[in-house]
Ligand binder design. Structure first.
Ligand code: SF4
Length: 228
């Protein structure tokens, strides 16, 4: 699901609806600063802290469901926990450094344009071609993935050497997200203390570590997600 302002106070109801429909989990996502969320001004309706409060309440509801009965996962936590507690690759392009844009995915649009990611395609819908790498009729695969545009965005956003990230305790579990930071700050690297992506990452990983350390029953559920 994607969180709109109207969802913020209703996470329990949303999760219970997924459960009633027989689904085995939910992916709690914030709005992204691209396309329709910008056009409709929805993106500006809440900040990272409000979303984190929504997320924590949702995660605790999901854990409560697991204590009472059927297995039910929160998929973003499961991805992060797999990164944190196992050596298995997760294939999630937003949690990589070097960034997964272009290297882990290419998006071929209906008009032949090729983008580094779906978010890059959404940016083009609002007039920003920063992640349009070329055109299917005029560019080979090599010229797309070796384009100056892609190499520039990826090399300038590495978390391993970025200010704040390079000394962050979560760096090995986090990711560079050059498209998000370009969209919100006009810079592929981004100033992390001002980044909602960074605030959410720190908030979620801190919450998961707190549960792993202090709540044995819930920690057992989280460990099962990492091993699934
Ligand atoms: S949590 Fe923030 S500072 Fe830490 S690695 Fe992720 S983006 Fe960088």
């Amino acid at each position: 699901m994607t969180t709109t302002e109207a969802s913020l106070d209703r996470v329990d109801e949303i999760i219970d609806e997924y459960l009633q429909l027989g689904l085995d989990g939910i992916f709690l996502r914030p709005l992204s600063p691209f396309g329709f969320a910008i056009k409709t001004k929805q993106f500006a309706k809440y900040d990272a802290q409000k979303w984190l409060a929504f997320y924590e309440r949702g995660l605790r509801r999901v854990l409560e469901i697991n204590r009472q009965g059927p297995p039910f996962r929160e998929f973003y936590a499961a991805l992060l926990l797999t990164r944190m507690l196992s050596d298995r690759p997760i294939g999630y392009v937003d949690l990589r450094s070097p960034a997964g844009a272009g290297l882990g995915a290419l998006v071929y649009n209906y008009d032949g344009s090729v983008f580094a990611s779906d978010e890059g395609r959404m940016l083009a819908e609002i007039g920003d071609d920063a992640f349009r790498l070329g055109h299917v009729e005029h560019n080979s695969y090599n010229s797309l993935i070796l384009s100056d545009k892609l190499i520039g965005a990826i090399s300038s956003s590495l978390t391993q050497c970025a200010p704040e990230c390079s000394t962050c305790v979560y760096e090995s579990h986090c990711g560079a997200d050059p498209v998000y930071h370009h969209a919100t700050q006009g810079d592929a690297l981004g100033i992390k203390p001002l980044s909602a992506f960074c605030a959410r990452q720190k908030g979620i990983m801190g919450l998961l570590l707190d549960i792993l350390k202090n709540s044995p029953e819930d920690a057992a559920v989280l460990r099962r997600w990492a091993a699934a």
